[in-house]
Structures are given as C-alpha cells and as structure tokens.
Design a protein around this ligand. Structure first.
Ligand code: SF4
Length: 269
C-alpha cells in the first residue's frame, strides 16, 4: 500500500496549485524529506576566499605546463564530485558565450585589471582569466523518471547543490595554488552552459536542445568557471550524437507541447 500523506506546502510558480492535497508515489513524506535534505554551501563569483594562498604560506605559486595544470584541475574536480571536466580558451568568438549581464542584473565586464573584483553594479573579469573550466554533474535517471513529482524534481536540485559544492572547492583549490577562479554568482550565471560544454568537448547539442554526453547521455547538469591558470584546452567532439538525432526524433514525437523540431538538420528557425 503506498504511503499517503496529507500536507500543506507552499505554492510556487513551478509547482502551481499544490496546496492542501493527498498524494502518493513521489509525494510521500519520504520523497519530500529527500528533496529537503540537500544542503549547499552558497555560490559566489569570487569564491569563499578562505584557503591559504601560497603567499600566505610563504612559498611561490604552483607552476607547471598547461597539460599538467589541466590534469591536476580535472583530477581535483573529479575528486570533488564532477563527472566530466573540459577546458576552453576564450577568444573573440567564445567570449560571446559569457553573459553581458548576470541573472541578478550585475554587468559582467572584461578588464585589463590584474585581479577580479565585484561592486554593487558589476563583476569585473580580468582579461587574463581567459580559461573556462566546464564541468558536469551526473543526475539519477531512476529518480528523474519520477518527474514531475517531488522525487523527480529533487534530482535537479541535488545536481545544482553538488555543482555548488564543487565550484566552491575548485575556487579554493585554485586559490591555494596561487590563481584566480571566478564562478557562477547564482544558478546558471556567468555564461551559456551547454554551448561552453560543447566547445570544451564534453558532449554534443541534440534535438532535445540539451547537452548529450557520451558517458551519461543528457542526465547531467553543466557548470563553468574562469581561471587565469593556463590550461591545455579541449576541442568539440563528434560522438555521432547529432547524427543519431537526425534520424531518431523520439523526443520530438513524445513532446506533449510539440516544442521540439522534426527537421532533419539543425536550424535557427
Ligand atoms: S532525437 Fe533521439 S537521441 Fe536525439 S535527443 Fe531526441 S530522443 Fe535523444
């Protein structure tokens, strides 16, 4: 017999009309407890800034080749919980993937200043912080299948919470090496995640309009950071995903609102 509860919880834009009700299968007390259990550490552009710097330790900053830098950052971030990690260097084109304005209304401004800073109106990105670190966090397919229940939606919120912890840890790790690491000031801030992930070789865009990775399919969330530590960069990949999408079209057939394209080739229309 399913566990049935009767509980009042607040209505929200994404969950309209869920006032006093009786539900089961994805809405039980267990499911709501699971959703409420995710605890993050907060997000900020400049990071926690608590880890001792090399200067504070009285030693020089870490140095190594760009290949070594990419290797240790990837290893550290996978240790922190990232599923996959890729790197790109921002040029005139890829810099367009960084937002001009963050979700909270603050401008993102590239500057010749050496050190990143933040005011009430803007976040300043030193031009030298031209290396983007893009990472994914895997999500559970098993709980996502329970969408749109509480059990399903907690899949997403858990991934965002994990991304938050990984961001703060990466910012402190790079600070500890003697470098800057600029993060998302809030969820989905700083830049266009799927596009940066494609450029960093983490997967391909798909008919689903989501990143699909060779390892985890679309069951990931994507995050990004900027650093001034020169890293070896990655290239976009061809894993046959977009080619498969041209023939598959299952998501478009299943989409209740007919929002997904049936065109064989990608289009701007
Ligand atoms: S077309 Fe097929 S493979 Fe491509 S996103 Fe849709 S369901 Fe997945």
């Amino acid at each position: 017999m399913p566990e049935v509860i009767c509980q009042k919880w607040e209505e929200s834009e994404s969950e309209p009309g869920w006032g006093v009700t009786v539900r089961s299968d994805g809405y039980t007390l267990k499911d709501q407890a699971l959703k409420a259990a995710h605890v993050g550490v907060g997000k900020s552009y400049l990071g926690p800034q608590e880890a001792p710097t090399p200067e504070e330790r009285g030693v020089p900053a870490w140095t190594g080749t760009p290949e070594e830098a990419a290797k240790i950052i990837r290893a550290a971030m996978r240790h922190f919980g990232a599923a996959t990690v890729g790197f790109i260097e921002l040029d005139d084109n890829t810099r367009k993937l960084i937002y001009g304005v963050d979700p909270d209304g603050k401008e993102l401004i590239f500057t010749d200043e050496e050190v990143a800073s933040e005011t009430e109106e803007a976040r300043y990105i030193p031009n030298k912080c031209k290396y983007a670190i893009v990472y994914t966090v895997q999500m559970s397919q098993e709980t996502m299948r329970r969408s749109p229940t509480q059990l399903g939606s907690q899949t997403t919120s858990l991934a965002y919470t994990r991304g938050e912890v990984i961001q703060a840890s990466a910012q402190e790790f790079l600070r500890g090496l003697g470098y800057q690491c600029l993060g998302e000031s809030s969820t989905n801030a700083l830049g266009i995640a799927p596009a940066l992930a494609v450029m960093a070789g983490l997967g391909e865009l798909s008919r689903l309009n989501r990143l699909i990775t060779p390892e985890y399919g679309p069951m990931v969330r994507v995050f990004k950071l900027l650093t001034d530590l020169p890293v070896a960069t990655d290239k976009p990949i061809d894993a046959g995903i977009m080619e498969f999408c041209k023939r598959c079209k299952k998501c478009a057939e299943a989409c209740p609102s007919e929002s997904l394209s049936f065109l064989d080739e990608p289009s701007w229309d």
